[in-house]
Design a protein around this ligand. Structure first.
Ligand code: CA
Length: 219
């Protein structure tokens, strides 16, 4: 999952990015509202974490602009302002959730999981397809009841394919869900992860659609 983090406090950006990347998210960071509005249109992130106090624009105006083009985009607001008015205004303008600074990183991660579940068609912490169970909270994957060990990126790749079951995902879209901006990505990175995943999963669980990408089918 690709998260766009819009925040101008460099210390906070560093801490949050570290925590989110450890969770397996691809995290892209911007410090200006104007850049963020453009990025939402061009990069199509899966979620935005937006600070309301940005140097160039009011965060609520940034969110209003994002909502015009991306109606369903999950947006979580961060702010130092703790007044009820700001919270109500943020939620009225279409924020999915709201955290007042200072906050605990674990709390942020929990809120992200809730938003993620709400946005996906899966309403619980785990989902099962063809004997493969993936738990988004414990990060465990089991095949026919036996837990298998996956790297962080293998887990995120499998999760992306399972939550988009019956849909073909291109190599490019998978790369954007797995890697943050500026990260070194070898041209065959996704193929290599798929190769490792296939050795641990049932035969033909992940199918290749030649020249297009990869798909997991429900049956
Ligand atoms: Ca700020």
């Amino acid at each position: 999952m690709q998260i766009l983090l819009v925040e101008d406090d460099i210390a906070l950006v560093t801490a949050l990015k570290k925590a989110l990347v450890t969770e397996g998210f691809a995290v892209n960071c911007l410090s200006r509202g104007r850049q963020a509005i453009i990025s939402v249109k061009t990069e199509l992130p899966d979620m935005v974490i937006l600070d309301l106090g940005l140097p160039d624009m009011d965060g609520l105006d940034v969110m209003r602009s994002m909502r015009l083009t991306s109606v369903d985009l999950p947006i979580l607001i961060l702010t130092a302002r703790s007044s009820l008015d700001d919270k109500v205004a943020g939620l009225d303008l279409g924020a999915d959730d709201y955290l007042a600074k200072p906050f605990d990183v674990d709390e942020l991660l929990a809120r992200i999981r809730v938003i993620e579940r709400r946005a996906s068609s899966f309403k619980h912490s785990g989902f099962t397809i063809g004997g493969v169970l993936l738990d988004t909270v414990s990060h465990e994957v089991s095949v026919n009841g036996k837990i298998i060990s996956l790297s962080r990126r293998e887990f995120m790749l499998l999760k992306s394919l399972m939550e988009n079951a019956e849909r073909v995902l291109t190599k490019e879209s998978l790369e954007s869900k797995l890697y943050s901006w500026g990260e070194e990505v070898s041209s065959n990175a996704i193929e290599v992860h798929i190769h490792h995943l296939r050795k641990k999963l049932p035969d033909s669980f992940i199918q290749t659609i030649r020249g297009v990408g990869y798909i997991i089918k429900r049956t």
